[in-house]
Structures are given as C-alpha cells and as structure tokens.
Design a binder for this molecule. Structure first.
Ligand SMILES: [Zn+2]
Length: 67
C-alpha cells in the first residue's frame, strides 16, 4: 500500500460519497455513505479506501481479539 511516488507519509481521512446520481444539494441522508481513504501527504494520491461498513467490521474484529 504505497503510492507511486514512494512516499511513506500517508494519512487516513474520511469523507462522504453519493450513492445516487441525485445532484449535490438535493441529497437525503440515505443517499450518501461514509468513506475512508488513505492518501499520500506528498502527492495526494489515494492508495486505499474503505467503506464505513468495512471500517466497522474491522473495529468489531479487533474488539473480539481484545476480549
Ligand atoms: Zn505521493
């Protein structure tokens, strides 16, 4: 999971994405979902992305291990 520029300076960030073709400004909450993405701090290339559900699954899996 490295960008083409080879930088190891990466940061996770979160945003929301549309699930429909409805124009921004006319969207309802169920028409957007959370998305996490791992971006390069140098060139801002996106090297990985995960949906909010995938992040929740990951957090749940880690919680099992902690028990
Ligand atoms: Zn880069």
């Amino acid at each position: 999971m490295l960008p083409r520029c080879g930088s190891k300076s990466l940061t996770w960030d979160a945003t929301v994405v549309k699930n429909t073709s409805v124009k921004d400004g006319l969207l309802r909450l169920h028409e957007v979902s959370g998305l996490f993405y791992l971006g390069c701090d140098e060139c801002s290339e996106t090297v990985a992305r995960a949906t909010a559900h995938e992040v929740a699954d990951f957090l749940n899996a880690n919680m099992q291990e902690a028990k």
